[in-house]
Ligand binder design. Structure first.
Ligand SMILES: *[C@@H]1O[C@H](CO)[C@@H](O)[C@H](O)[C@H]1NC(C)=O
Ligand SMILES: *[C@@H]1O[C@H](CO)[C@@H](O)[C@H](O)[C@H]1NC(C)=O
Ligand SMILES: *[C@@H]1O[C@H](CO)[C@@H](O)[C@H](O)[C@H]1NC(C)=O
Ligand SMILES: *[C@@H]1O[C@H](CO)[C@@H](O)[C@H](O)[C@H]1NC(C)=O
Ligand SMILES: *[C@@H]1O[C@H](CO)[C@@H](O)[C@H](O)[C@H]1NC(C)=O
Ligand SMILES: *[C@@H]1O[C@H](CO)[C@@H](O)[C@H](O)[C@H]1NC(C)=O
Ligand SMILES: *[C@@H]1O[C@H](CO)[C@@H](O)[C@H](O)[C@H]1NC(C)=O
Ligand SMILES: *[C@@H]1O[C@H](CO)[C@@H](O)[C@H](O)[C@H]1NC(C)=O
Ligand SMILES: *[C@@H]1O[C@H](CO)[C@@H](O)[C@H](O)[C@H]1NC(C)=O
Ligand SMILES: *[C@@H]1O[C@H](CO)[C@@H](O)[C@H](O)[C@H]1NC(C)=O
Ligand SMILES: *[C@@H]1O[C@H](CO)[C@@H](O)[C@H](O)[C@H]1NC(C)=O
Ligand SMILES: *[C@@H]1O[C@H](CO)[C@@H](O)[C@H](O)[C@H]1NC(C)=O
Length: 828
């Protein structure tokens, strides 16, 4: 690097560090080293000898190589390697003569497939602050001499093949903030001396072969934020001193041989969000104090020997999202009472000794597994007001009595192996929508169907499915409209099946195919919304307003009503039909589900699956919601969108172009998963018709060519996707950023400065890599020339494969680097 860009680089080092917030105060690059020419020459010889930078041989000054940064005196201070050397003999750590770099501060050799052991000569790099040797194949043990590198702030040996034990000399690294040793074959116990590393913020030791017990001295690490000791063979108790780890956010002790009880002191960890103690041999009760963890998001205690009652307060914790207590010895009743609804998204209490009956408030949970217990009595008749229940497993209990038809509205239900008396109550069976159910294989798994295509013809299951004990699995998706004639036929079927009487005549123009139970109808919706009273309105789109509607069964749906005036306008009528037609043909886990529709001379409306968390736009513009949308959730939203659009463009015949991809048209469910919605402007790419059209879409998201060529192609959606993807990571509309992308000052912006500042920079390398990948792909999607943009299929595949982008350090990535074809080519 030349001198001016070097200043830039050092500056960026000072601001932000490797995937983390670690370096700021520590890397102080001295500009006053007096290196003489023999040092400089030896450094150059060592770099050449390594054979790792042969691409740069035509540049005589090694300080000008991309991978190398020198101080003012010309001595090397940063070495970055990330390309796999071309030949096997070059892939050895020993190729770099460690003794030749007296001023080296950062040695970053990531994913280079390097073999060999870490040489003890590494101790000569006394100024080293960052040693990053992750994702290689290094063997042998960690040299005790590493303990003399007392300037180290980050030590990452993550994902190698290192053996032997952790040297206690590492406790001399008094400046160490991150110690990453996961995914190796390290043995022996955790040295008690590591409790002296009081600056430590992250300690990663997952997936090794560590034995012994956890030293109580680790409880001294007041600044520790992440502690990952999962998937080892650690024995003994969880030290009660862990209650002193006041900064802890994430504690993973899963998959070990831990015994004894959960220390009540853990209830003091006020900032804890993830507590994973599953797959151990922990005994005793769940301490009541855990309910003090007001920031807890996930509690995982499954597969232990925990007994006693479940503290009711676990169900009343403000931020709890998932509670996994399965495969323990928990007894007593299910303490779901006086819940503030909605409560927790996922509750798994399966494989315990719970008795008593099913509480009436189960509707406050989204996904509930009570299977393999000793529950008795009847299933409550109503899921309750505000029910969010969507998946329910009650199998392997001793439940009796009646079943109610609202259970049929759930996405998944398993009632098998109970004592229900089906001979007396055919109510539920009568309402199983067998004529529109999915192949059983796709339902038995807990995953919703992804790319299963909807069969446009009604199908009837064979009568043999009535065998007892009966497994009732219901998926209320309807995908069948083949015009009015078929509809009429269809209704004849539907009503004769369910013995429904009167509704059709009473409600006039009811053209709904949604009535798999034959009852929910136009009037229900009018009644539930008090004739579309404004107080039920949750949003207004381009073509109509959206209402939240609670049906008499307790189920909540979203109803999109076209304004009356518009409903009478033939072009809107057309777009309405367009939307219906398209949606009924679409069946994808990231596309909002159409339950049905009503055409009536008073109004027209569409009935959709209700999305608890509203639109992506809303979530990004609300500070509380935005913080809940952490990096991995945001990346997942972007992946979901890409899958949905790829499906529309490449798996539908003819392809469907959405034409109005915006953050308002991406809806989020209670798990913050993305669903593309609003097909009001979508149109089939019919090869027989002209693809020219009036400009539609939303300002700020429209591809530039639409403005002057009026030609619609899939690449318009690709452009809009790029805008929404950037918006998701930036937390705001990227308008100005996109319009100034051709300026070098914009290209010099660092990625970390572009990201939503309401979130801390990514802590997990996986998040950092995903973010780089998304931004690089989004920038490609924003290419001015439609031809230069990737297809949605390419985008979805790249995101899905999660092939890692070049592992440049996160702090160093600029927009320009993510725009260069070289980098893109390496993974597109
Ligand atoms: C340069 O430094 C080396 C050791 O760093 C020393 O051996 C050598 O004498 C020095 N040469 C000059 C010209 O100062
Ligand atoms: C060095 O070679 C590369 C191609 O191998 C070329 O792109 C680059 O411009 C060359 N640099 C100089 C300074 O000659
Ligand atoms: C490594 O570098 C040192 C210092 O420049 C030098 O004395 C030594 O000979 C080198 N070792 C090898 C194997 O090249
Ligand atoms: C470990 O590194 C290899 C490359 O050497 C990579 O393919 C793999 O995904 C990495 N595993 C983890 C857990 O990071
Ligand atoms: C480091 O920790 C050990 C054991 O926890 C202790 O005996 C020792 O005094 C500590 N050393 C220093 C320098 O604090
Ligand atoms: C924790 O971190 C803060 C800020 O980085 C530092 O001032 C403090 O000394 C650290 N705490 C301990 C116990 O080292
Ligand atoms: C880590 O260990 C767990 C448990 O043995 C295993 O399921 C998981 O696949 C391992 N992860 C990797 C990346 O090896
Ligand atoms: C918990 O987190 C909050 C907000 O990030 C912070 O202000 C507070 O200091 C943290 N508490 C402890 C004990 O670290
Ligand atoms: C923590 O929980 C215990 C038992 O539930 C309770 O007595 C105590 O007051 C709680 N402490 C705080 C700080 O909330
Ligand atoms: C549930 O089991 C406990 C013992 O585990 C017993 O004391 C209690 O009476 C049982 N309750 C019911 C309703 O069966
Ligand atoms: C289930 O309940 C019925 C009626 O309460 C009882 O007769 C039967 O023994 C129970 N079965 C089991 C396995 O507990
Ligand atoms: C859908 O999911 C199933 C099971 O997870 C998987 O095998 C299948 O490949 C997926 N289909 C597509 C098109 O991704």
């Amino acid at each position: 690097m030349n001198q001016s860009s070097m200043a830039n680089c050092v500056c960026s080092l000072l601001i932000m560090a490797l995937y983390n917030m670690l370096l700021p105060s520590v890397i102080v690059t001295s500009m006053t080293h007096s290196s003489n020419s023999s040092t400089i020459n030896e450094e150059r010889q060592a770099l050449l000898q390594s054979g790792w930078w042969n691409d740069y041989l035509n540049i005589s000054d090694h300080c000008a190589w991309d991978a190398i940064t020198c101080n003012e005196a010309g001595s090397v201070i940063i070495i970055l390697g990330w390309k796999i050397p071309p030949s096997e003999e070059l892939r050895r750590l020993q190729n770099l003569n460690m003794t030749a770099f007296p001023n080296l501060e950062v040695l970053y050799l990531y994913g280079m497939s390097l073999r060999g052991s870490i040489p003890k000569e590494i101790s000569t790099l006394t100024k080293l602050t960052d040693l990053y040797l992750s994702n290689n194949h290094l063997q042998g043990s960690i040299p005790v001499e590493l303990g003399s590198l007392t300037q180290l702030v980050l030590l990452s040996l993550y994902n190698n093949s290192l053996t032997g034990s952790i040297p206690s000399t590492l406790s001399q690294l008094v400046n160490l903030r991150y110690l990453l040793l996961s995914f190796n074959q390290l043995e022996g116990a955790i040295p008690a001396e590591l409790g002296n590393l009081t600056q430590l913020i992250g300690f990663y030791l997952s997936n090794n072969s560590i034995t012994g017990s956890i030293p109580s001295s680790l409880g001294q690490l007041q600044n520790l934020t992440i502690l990952l000791l999962d998937s080892n063979r650690i024995q003994g108790p969880i030290p009660e001193e862990f209650g002193n780890l006041k900064s802890l956010h994430i504690l993973y002790l899963s998959n070990n041989l831990l015994t004894s009880t959960i220390p009540p002191t853990l209830g003091r960890l006020e900032n804890l969000t993830h507590l994973f103690l599953d797959s151990n041999q922990i005994e005793g009760h769940i301490p009541l104090e855990l309910a003090n963890l007001s920031n807890l998001d996930t509690l995982h205690l499954s597969q232990n020997k925990i007994s006693g009652l479940i503290p009711p307060k676990l169900f009343q914790m403000g931020k709890m999202h998932s509670l996994y207590l399965s495969s323990n010895l928990l007894s007593g009743s299910i303490p779901i009472e006086n819940l503030k609804c909605p409560s927790i998204a996922t509750v798994d209490l399966s494989y315990n000794l719970l008795n008593g009956s099913i509480p009436s408030q189960i509707g406050c949970v989204n996904n509930l597994d009570l299977s393999h217990n000793f529950l008795k009595g009847e299933v409550p008749s109503l899921l309750g007001k505000n029910s969010i229940l969507d998946r329910l497993d009650l199998s392997y209990n001793n439940l009796t009595g009646k079943l109610y038809k609202e259970l049929a509205t759930l996405t998944y239900i398993n009632l098998s192996y109970n004592s229900f008396d089906f001979s007396q109550d055919l109510d539920l069976k009568a309402h199983i929508p067998d004529y529109c159910s999915f192949p059983r294989d796709s339902l038995i798994s807990h995953n919703p169907p992804n790319f299963t295509s909807c069969d446009p013809s009604p199908q009837t299951n064979s009568p043999t499915s009535k065998a007892k004990p009966i497994t009732v699995i219901v998926l209320p998706i309807i995908g069948i409209i083949l015009g009015v004639i078929l509809l009429a036929l269809y209704f004849a079927r539907c009503f004769s099946k369910t013995k429904f009487e009167g509704g059709l005549a009473k409600n006039g123009d009811l053209f709904s195919v949604w009535n798999y139970d034959g009852k929910v109808a136009f009037e229900d919706i009018i009644e539930a919304t008090e004739d579309f009273h404004i107080k039920y309105c949750i949003g207004t789109g381009a073509y109509g307003s959206v209402y939240r509607v609670q049906l008499p069964t307790g189920k909540i749906v979203a109803v999109k009503k076209l304004h009356q005036m518009e409903a009478q306008n033939p072009s809107f009528d057309k777009s309405f039909r367009n939307e219906v037609k398209m949606l009924t043909e679409i069946c994808h886990r990231n596309i909002v589900k159409l339950h049905g529709f009503c055409l009536h001379n008073r109004c027209m409306f569409l009935v959709y699956q209700y999305m608890e968390s509203g639109s992506l736009f809303y979530a990004l513009n609300n500070d509380v919601e935005a913080q809940e949308l952490n990096w991995s959730k945001r990346v997942n939203i972007i992946k979901g969108m890409a899958n949905a659009l790829s499906y529309m463009h490449h798996d539908c015949t003819p392809p469907i172009i959405h034409r109005d991809v915006t953050s308002s048209n991406v809806l989020l469910n209670s798990h913050l998963q993305a669903f593309v919605s609003d097909f009001g402007t979508a149109r089939l790419l019919d090869p027989d018709s002209s693809n020219q059209t009036l400009v539609v879409g939303t300002y700020g998201y429209i591809a530039p060519e639409l403005a002057y060529t009026l030609t619609v192609s899939e690449k318009c959606d690709v452009f809009s996707f790029g805008v929404v993807a950037l918006e998701t990571l930036m937390g705001r509309h990227p308008g100005e950023f996109i319009s100034s992308l051709s300026n070098s000052s914009t290209q010099n912006i660092l990625l970390k400065d572009l990201l939503d500042s309401r979130l801390p920079l990514p802590v997990f390398p996986k998040d950092a890599q995903d973010i780089m990948l998304v931004v690089a792909l989004a920038l490609a999607c924003l290419c001015f020339q439609p031809k230069s943009r990737p297809s949605m299929q390419q985008v979805a595949q790249e995101l899905c494969a999660s092939k890692l982008p070049p592992p440049l350090p996160f702090y160093k990535i600029s927009i320009a680097q993510l725009m260069t074809p070289d980098i893109l080519l390496s993974f597109i």
